[in-house]
Write a protein that binds this ligand. Structure first.
Ligand SMILES: [Mn+2]
Length: 367
């Protein structure tokens, strides 16, 4: 089995340092909690800083640089004219990991609760139904066979067809269009990609089957790392609007606090802890991922961009707006009644409060 283990890998993707934190928790969940025997690969873009890269190398067997503007690559050259597709295409790079015979892609916002190595017995393209439209698969978890041929074919397809949802899920569902009807073996059971809000949409089923859940997916704009965590009680507080199940959030935070946070490079801790660190990260990332304001985007589009790590730091999500939200929520009797819905940045006020509780030198926003 050792040989096979070397030729098969779990693959994830980080486009910035925040998502890299998700990757670190995911990697630890695979290694420590699920005891996988397979390799761990993280694909990163230029949005990931060097200290975070070092951090990732402690957990992942391989770091794979995805250079979006590699002009030596003809297919990528064509992409230069389609910046709208660049994020979608980032994920497609997983097909270029041809040093592996088979791989399982996992979003950075997933968490593995139990061993899932049996997924490597499945064929390309195996995935679980999307909770919103079950005739489509959710592209947060899928089994695939790395192949340059498939990669080129996917790029060509994307160039000519585009993606019906503007993201990788729409594209992959169009490319693997017979998934819904052709082969039931390619339908992964839902337990391999359970949206963390499932208890809300179908509580009796959740109650009945929750012990079988193997992979949780924190979909939506608010991620586990956006939630307030009390370092004294070691408890996470679910944000009412995120809809994430508290138990799953707690598992994410337990892994983060026990296996990730204590090993973090001090320079990263500076970046992640405290208001100043948050701001430093913001200005740094705005230069890399955001060219300008996203004021023209609809709320839905903005949330999608937020989900992809493209935050409008210079526009709607700029710090003044975040601070305003923060002040509002601090002023009120509680978070209840405060309308967070107008900004996907709602979680950030909470991540700031996390750092406040863990870093004595950070300014107290209650003042
Ligand atoms: Mn996701």
């Amino acid at each position: 089995m050792a040989e096979r283990g070397d030729r098969e890998a779990f693959v994830t993707l980080a486009t910035n340092d925040t998502y890299a934190l998700g990757c670190l928790v995911l990697g630890n969940s695979l290694r420590q909690r699920a005891q996988t025997t397979r390799k761990l690969v993280v694909m990163i873009t230029s949005g990931v800083t060097q200290p975070m890269r070092n951090q990732l190398s402690r957990v992942f067997d391989m770091i794979y640089d995805v250079n979006l503007l590699d002009s030596r690559d003809a297919a990528n050259l064509q992409l230069l004219g389609r910046p709208d597709l660049s994020v979608t295409f980032t994920k497609l790079h997983c097909w270029r990991l041809t040093m592996f015979d088979k791989a399982v892609f996992l979003d950075a916002d997933t968490l593995v609760l139990q061993n899932v190595d049996e997924l490597f017995d499945r064929e390309e393209l195996s995935a679980a139904p999307d909770a919103g439209w079950p005739d489509c698969f959710n592209s947060g978890v899928f089994v695939f066979r790395p192949s340059e041929e498939t990669y080129d074919s996917l790029l060509k397809f994307a160039m000519s067809q585009g993606s019906f949802d503007g993201g990788d899920q729409g594209l992959l569902n169009m490319y693997f269009r017979d998934w819904a009807t052709k082969d039931i073996a390619k339908h992964l059971p839902f337990i391999y990609n359970v949206v963390s809000q499932a208890f809300y949409s179908y509580l009796p089923a959740f109650t009945q089957f929750k012990d079988f859940v193997k992979i949780v997916h924190f979909i939506g704009a608010t991620k586990p790392w956006h939630h307030p965590y009390n370092t004294a009680t070691k408890e996470v507080t679910p944000l009412p609007e995120s809809g994430h199940n508290k138990d799953y959030l707690q598992i994410w935070w337990d892994i983060f606090m026990t296996l990730v946070q204590p090993t973090l490079d001090p320079s990263l801790r500076e970046q992640m802890g405290g208001l100043v660190g948050e701001l430093a990260a913001l200005s740094l990332q705005s230069g890399v991922t955001c060219g300008g304001s996203q004021a023209h985007l609809s709320e839905q589009e903005r949330k999608l961009n937020w989900e992809r790590g493209q935050v409008d730091y210079l526009g709607a999500d700029k710090f003044d707006n975040i601070k305003q939200k923060l002040d509002q929520s601090m002023k009120g009797p509680g978070t209840e009644g405060v309308d967070f819905s107008s900004t996907p940045f709602k979680g950030t006020s909470s991540s700031i409060s996390i750092s406040v509780s863990s870093k004595a030198k950070a300014p107290n926003p209650k003042k």
